[in-house]
Ligand binder design. Structure first.
Ligand code: PEP
Length: 257
């Protein structure tokens, strides 16, 4: 059974109480969904412990970042063991906001990918080209570089546990522009090519999710790409009144395919 991954990063939004209400409702929605739809949520750190208890075990719980060391003099950081202790399933790494505002770079992200895998948590590695890259027609080169550095020295057997989120920086958030579906499909095909180059046949099985201004009007068009294995959604998933219809559309899409 091939799964598609559908999830959301809450960024710096929602109190613990708001998160609990969201999870209770999402649990209800998820109960009658196709088993091929693997849902996940990525709340702020402060909610993780409470939401671990609230969330159905069929839905993955993720953290928005972590350090690569297990402990040490790194004020303000959270370690892989700390997340593991809470029961976190997945760690988002390298979101473009972290790269832009907190100077995250591919070399450090490579350490984080190794650290997550070492603790048997799923790294959700975010990559994406900037607007300048796209304008210079070097989007594919930019994606190749990010993948090759972030996944350096990851073995093929480890690589099958990695998730990739392709998020063009120019398509993300309130100021973002929706990416045309054919462009997204082309970039996913390129990412697949690089993953196969790096990991052989295993590269065919690595899930590649798309994120950036996904909404009800474009979600299914993105999913039609043969190398699009899920969606990573921000604003359109923070309110379940908006998210539930998208999930219903995806459910229908899965039934027809
Ligand atoms: C994001 O910031 O990663 C994201 C996908 O956000 P949005 O869907 O709101 O563009």
């Amino acid at each position: 059974m091939k799964k598609i991954f559908i999830g959301t990063n809450w960024k710096m939004h929602k109190t613990i109480k708001e998160g609990q209400e969201y999870c209770r409702e999402l649990n209800r929605i998820a109960r009658d969904k196709d088993e091929r739809m693997q849902l996940f949520i990525i709340p702020p750190y402060t909610s993780l412990t409470t939401l671990r208890d609230e969330l159905d075990s069929s839905i993955l719980l993720g953290a928005q970042n972590m350090h690569w060391e297990d402990e040490g003099p790194f004020t303000g950081e959270i370690s892989p063991s700390m997340l593991k202790e809470i029961g976190v399933d997945l760690v988002e790494l390298g979101h473009s906001e972290r790269r832009q505002y907190y100077n995250e770079n591919d070399i450090d992200l490579n350490k984080k990918v190794h650290a997550a895998l070492g603790k048997e948590m799923i790294p959700l590695l975010c990559i994406g080209e900037k607007l300048e890259d796209k304008e210079m027609s070097i989007s594919e080169e930019s994606l190749s570089i990010q993948l090759k550095i972030c996944l350096k020295n990851i073995s093929s057997s480890q690589a099958k546990n990695v998730l990739i989120a392709y998020e063009p920086v120019w398509a993300i958030g309130a100021g973002g522009t929706e990416a045309p579906a054919d462009y997204v499909h082309k970039m996913h095909d390129h990412i697949r090519k690089v993953l196969v180059e790096l990991f052989g046949d295993i590269g065919q099985d690595i899930k590649i999710l798309f994120g950036g201004s996904v909404n009800r009007g474009n979600a299914i068009d993105y999913l039609k790409g043969s190398n699009v294995n899920g969606l990573f959604i921000g604003r359109s998933a923070w309110d379940l009144e908006k998210f539930e219809p998208i999930l219903n559309d995806i459910e229908q899409f899965l039934q027809l395919n």
